[in-house]
Write a protein that binds this ligand. Sequence first.
Ligand SMILES: Cc1ncc(COP(=O)(O)O)c(C=O)c1O
Length: 386
Amino acid sequence: MEILGSIDKEACSTWLEINLDNLRYNIRKLETLTQKPVMLVVKANSYGLGLVDISKAAEQAGVAWLGVARIEEALALRVAGVKCNILVLGYTPAKRTYDAILADIALTVYDREVGEAYCTEAKAAHGKIRIQVKTDTGMGRLGFFPSEVADFLRWAKAQRQLKVEALITHFACADDPQKPSTKAQIEEFNQLLKELEAEGLKPGLIHASNSSGTLNFPEARYDLTRCGISAFGIQPSPTTPIPDEFKPVIEWKTHLISVKTLPSGHGVSYGFSYYTKKQERIGVIAIGYADGFRRREGNYALVCGKKVPVVGNVCMDQCMVNLDTVPEAKIGDEVVLIGKQNGAAIKVEDLAQDWGTISYEVICGLADRIPRLFIDSSTTNGKASK
Ligand SMILES: Cc1ncc(COP(=O)(O)O)c(C=O)c1O
């Protein structure tokens, strides 16, 4: 990753402003609210915000753990010098056991075959692998059925090559507190914990809740919370708001790169899905569908503190906006796709709703080619990557 050294928006066609101060603030708020340590979930390039920079800021904020989806992400963090506990939440091929041992990374075991394969590989490597056992209390994804857990733990605890450090589960519908299924999952998990405790099999660390579980079901915070989206200042769903004091972490901006007056009846962009209705001031902004902006009707952007409509089809690297309500707009002006400008705002949640998807998909879809500029008062200038 190339470090540019200081934020220089003028040098970028489009950029993400990632506020690491706000990230650290949100993490501390989560810890205060829950009175539990946080595992910050940084999978998928920290939901598109930047794996290493987000993780290092979280480490500075004192998070207990980082959660990733894949071993490659965990190894990249170690190479970058991240020291804190790391758990791979998803599948890790057994052939990666040695790497995980060397890098001191914990792996999720969700099935006997996977656990046995890690054990065999660890034996061959003369090492011991840290594992967290996952039970499926209702999600219908990865995990032992609760009825299988005791047997597996009995076996695993007898293996010198395995260090069982946690029992974990995951909720399917915690973002909708009206649905009864989360309560049922919690009950199932608690019953299992009781039985394991009675048999002396309960691991020392228990965790279950993502952001929604953490916010909606305080009884399911157990020993730590596994939060991603809320720490990034975004509500997990329309039915799960985050506390008002949480701060946004991400803004997406670009520039006006052309301003022209087109005569009435002039086509705009590929396919002419839009024709000017009268003489119109049409601006071009330097983002397109290749940046993660959806090719659909009804998009908008902030120019001179006002919401202006995107007109015509979104192109790969550009799209057009109607500037009739902002006659003062000129080439070089900053344009906001996510964030605030004067009194106006566009939130990730707004885009998710307009695009018929979830906030997670909006930010994970922000293209790699967009430079991430980090606002970080713990360094002098902030910094930019890529
Ligand atoms: C197993 C697991 N735990 C926790 C999280 C964090 O979820 P959220 O970003 O909703 O806090 C995820 C993310 O998808 C996950 O897969």
